[in-house]
Structure formats: C-alpha cells, structure tokens
Design a protein around this ligand. Structure first.
Ligand code: ZN
Length: 333
C-alpha cells in the first residue's frame, strides 16, 4: 500500500473548489511516454498551473501502469527542479472500468480515480460508483464518475452515439454515490473526429468544418441542480487546424478531423466545469512535429532529433491551453 501523499501528489478536492470559486478549469492531460510527461510538467511549472496527469487503459497497456506511476512520482521532483516550489500534481486513472482496477490504483499511489459506469444501466452505475467511492475515500482519494454517454473513441471507450446527461438524474446520482466530481455529456466526444461532416456546417471562406455548439442548456440545468459541484468534460480537444494541415501536407491523411472550438471551452471553463480533458491535441502536436522532421530531414534517425521537437511543440500547446483556454495559470505557486 502506497499513499499518494507520500509521493508529493494531491487529490482533486482543493483544486476543484478553487477552480469553481475562481471561474477557471484544471487541465487533465493524458500521458503515455516520457516526452509527453516532460512537456506537461514543463508547461505547468512555467505557468504555475495545477494539473491532473491522466492514465488511460490504453496508456497502461502501452507503457505499463507501474512505470507510469513511478514516472508521476518523478514528475513531482522534476517540477521542483524546474523551480516550481509547490507543485499541485494529481495522478488520475482515466476511465476505470472495474472496482478491482480502481482499487489497485488507489493502493498503488494514485490520488484520484475515475469509475466509468456510464454504459451500465443507471442503478448498476450507482452501485459500482458507490463501491469505488467507499473504498477510495478511506484513503482520501477522490473519485470521478460519469453519467451520460459520449460519442467517439478513446482507447477502449467506444460509444456509437452520444446521449446527453439527464439533468434530473444528477442530484440522485451524486447524492447516492458520494462521488467527488461528475463527467457529463453535453456534446463533446473522444478522438480527432468528433463530428461527422453532415453534423457540421462548412465555412464558406475556408471550406473547413464548423461543428455544432455544445449543449450549454444541459450544463446550466446541471449547475442549477447541483450548485458548486465539480463537473468534468471529456473529449475536449480542439483539433487545431494548423497541426492537421502540417500533418496532411507532410505525408499524413486526416481528412475532416474536427474538434471543439476553444471559445466554447473557454465559456465552459468559467462555469462549474472544473476539469477539461485534452488528449488528441497533444497527439496531433507530436505527430505534426515528427512528420515535419521526417519530411525535411530524411536522413535523420536519432529519435531525440524528432521526439525533441515533438516535445517542444507539445509544451507550446499545453501552455496555450493553460493560459488561453482554461485560465489555470498562476493558480499553484
Ligand atoms: Zn474520456
């Protein structure tokens, strides 16, 4: 049994309380490798932003859960070395699907876990979430739950169509499970293809897809039912067109990739939404940088020469998100 407090990590409770009061959101960035983690920590240290490091099931399969946990422990020390005096870093399990997995993360030093029972019938989602909450809270580990189903693909999480969260269910769900935060469905979705072209309109000038707006009416209803309760948005990458264009003009093929416009996320960050998950954008930044090196320097074969520029590009992206979209800069001195 390892307690996250001994690793210098924090849970989400205080982070979220401050974010709701301050009208900003905490970045939740997924990581799978060293360069990504370095970029996240550097961006957060330079902007003094609290951060949630997320480990998905795909990341656990790719990089190994044990190794990722020790990397997060190392990240706390790295942050201090970068001159961040009081790093506020949470290590979070993204989309936990069983009690056993959540328990193993709690026992191993994670400071927060998500139990995603959103594909289960309502009562079963409540029972599973409650069981995880009861276990995790003994060790002051916070628990995120999910109500409503997101469309799209995130590792193993696949849902064909999105079912908006029903605002009338949230009080009952939050009260009966005791969860600390709730991921809701208001039109965000996983992956780099968040909307089908037929769901979008086209900008007559650029020919680019313009996605439909998020369901802010659902978000407002949820806020009214649960004032001050932390709300989470998954699948909130913006799919920056400059990265898509670099990828497509350097041998890639991402036709009609489309995300959530940043002005909509900015608006959400000012509300009860206090955690915004961003993964695809960092994948795009990495891929764009690597493709550019490969196209421009075909003789390059040292991974540091293309992973290095990828890391720099991701750092730039994370800082942009923190400062221009979430507003979490300067919130963790
Ligand atoms: Zn997700």
């Amino acid at each position: 049994m390892v307690n996250y407090k001994d690793l210098g990590l924090v849970n989400t409770r205080e982070m979220f309380a401050k974010a709701i009061d301050g009208g900003y959101a905490i970045p939740a960035f997924n990581f799978n490798n060293m360069e990504q983690l370095q970029a996240i920590i550097k961006a957060c240290a330079e902007t003094k932003s609290p951060v949630i490091l997320q480990v998905s099931s795909g990341a656990r399969k790719y990089a190994n859960q044990t190794l990722l946990r020790y990397m997060a422990e190392g990240a706390v020390e790295y942050a201090k070395e970068l001159g961040w005096e009081h790093p506020q870093i949470c290590l979070h399990l993204d989309h936990g699907d069983t009690f056993e997995l959540c328990k193993s993360c709690v026992d191993f030093g994670f400071s927060s876990v998500m139990i995603d029972g959103s594909s289960l019938p309502y009562e079963e989602n409540i029972a599973l979430t409650k069981k995880v909450v009861e276990y995790a809270h003994q060790f002051d580990v916070t628990v995120e739950a999910e109500l409503g189903v997101l469309a799209g693909v995130e590792d193993d999480v696949v849902a064909e169509e999105s079912h908006y969260t029903k605002p009338e269910e949230v009080i009952d769900f939050a009260t009966r499970t005791g969860c600390d935060s709730l991921a809701i469905s208001i039109g965000t979705s996983h992956g780099a293809y968040k909307f089908k072209p037929e769901q979008c309109t086209r900008d007559p000038k650029t020919g680019k897809l313009v996605p439909p707006p998020l369901a802010f009416d659902v978000l407002e209803e949820v806020e009214k039912k649960l004032p001050g309760f932390p709300i989470v948005l998954h699948g909130s990458s913006s799919v920056p067109q400059e990265y898509v264009d670099i990828i497509n003009s350097h041998g890639g093929n991402l036709p009609d990739a489309v995300g959530i416009p940043e002005d909509q996320l900015r608006k959400a960050a000012k509300s009860a939404v206090c955690k915004i998950n961003i993964d695809s954008d960092s994948r795009l930044a990495f891929t764009a940088a690597v493709r550019k090196v490969f196209a421009e320097k075909p003789g390059e074969f040292d991974p540091r020469k293309y992973c290095g520029p990828a890391r720099d590009e991701m750092t730039k992206l994370y800082k942009h998100k923190i400062i221009e979209v979430l507003g979490s800069d300067g919130k963790a001195e």
